[in-house]
Design a protein around this ligand. Structure first.
Ligand SMILES: Nc1ncnc2c1ncn2[C@@H]1O[C@H](COP(=O)(O)OP(=O)(O)O)[C@@H](O)[C@H]1O
Ligand SMILES: [Mg+2]
Length: 318
């Protein structure tokens, strides 16, 4: 069988992609979320209505925000998720639509809750309906992904309206809803736009990889994923230099680093290689960015000077 060695590669890669790696950001997020969830449940049991709170998870694209939020909700044993038509939806999650007008965002909240608007309505009516549906479904948290887009192209007046809508969810008289906002650094501008909102927000910044301090963790991640893939790791890989090059290749973002380890392992599988070697990282980076060798982080001597973000973004566009 000529293609016998190719067998099962997509499945093996899928298995690697479904692994979840934890870092300190995930632990902090989990702790904070658990705290707010327990607090809210205690209040509900006691019949107390108190203001809800907001967690803002901030990181660059590829840091792992969307994955972290999905895993956070899915890993809680006692939450009802992904059930748009059931009686209860503990966490409703959506990505900010485009254009991010207050009206369209409100409509997206309604859709997330399984309600379809039949007729055009004003933003004010839509949001009042959304709040009613959040209460009817007993939704404890609303997760808004790419939340920085809420402020894109907004006039100062529209921005004020967005901020007061978010506050009004937290402060609702009969059914306050907690917020989990995930987004890029611009999200901080949105939050700080209003001190009343800012003081209700617990910010968590996605830790970027530190080339020196995280060296062992990076090498451990390579070993863990290679083990899971059933591929040996060549001796020329497990050293701080490769860790530094990989961190740099991933623009020091955790999620991108994992993505690149998996893609390099996939290359090794396709080549039926004996083990994962530096050449697989080199070809992975070349494929991902389309760059010449002089700009390849796994080849160039002065790899720290390469503007990786530009290469990655350009590579994705093509
Ligand atoms: N904790 C994690 N464990 C394994 N892979 C991860 C983890 N976090 C992110 N990734 C991977 O990193 C990539 C980017 O993650 P994503 O959540 O889309 O980032 P963001 O939303 O910050 O742009 C995805 O391919 C994802 O599978
Ligand atoms: Mg995302």
């Amino acid at each position: 069988m000529a293609d016998g060695t190719q067998n099962g590669i997509p499945q093996r890669v899928l298995a690697l992609r479904s692994m979840f790696s934890k870092n300190r950001t995930h632990r902090e997020l989990d702790e904070r979320f658990r705290y707010l969830l327990d607090r809210r449940r205690t209040e509900l049991e006691a019949g107390v209505i108190a203001e809800a709170r907001c967690i803002a998870l901030i990181g660059a694209s590829g840091s792992g925000k969307t994955t972290a939020a999905e895993h956070l909700f899915a890993s809680q044993p006692d939450l009802v998720l992904h059930d748009p038509h059931g009686p209860r939806l503990d966490v409703a999650s959506f990505q900010v639509p485009s254009p991010a007008t207050l009206k369209f965002v409100g409509q997206t909240v309604l859709e997330t809750l399984g309600f379809e608007l039949k007729r055009d309505k004003s933003a004010q009516i839509i949001w009042s309906m959304a709040k009613g549906h959040l209460e009817a479904r007993r939704t404890l948290f609303l997760h808004i992904d790419e939340a920085q887009d809420l402020m894109r192209h907004q006039t100062p007046r529209e921005l004020n309206a967005v901020v007061s809508t978010l506050k009004s969810l937290l402060q609702h008289k009969s059914w306050p809803v907690g917020l989990i906002l995930t987004g890029t650094a611009e999200l901080k501008t949105l939050i700080n736009h209003d001190p009343q909102l800012a003081r209700r927000v617990y910010p968590i910044e996605f830790a970027r990889l530190n080339i020196l301090l995280d060296s062992d963790r990076i090498l451990n991640a390579i070993t863990r994923y290679a083990d899971a893939a059933g591929i040996a790791v060549s001796a020329d890989i497990l050293n701080p230099e490769i860790a530094a090059r990989l961190a740099n290749a991933a623009d020091r973002e955790f999620g991108l680093m994992i993505e690149m380890i998996i893609a390099s392992l996939e290359d090794a599988m396709k080549a039926s290689a004996e083990g994962l070697s530096r050449a697989h990282f080199t070809s992975m980076f070349r494929k991902r960015t389309g760059c010449v060798d002089g700009l390849n982080v796994f080849i160039a001597d002065d790899f720290e000077r390469i503007d990786v973000r530009r290469l990655l973004d350009d590579g994705e566009d093509t």
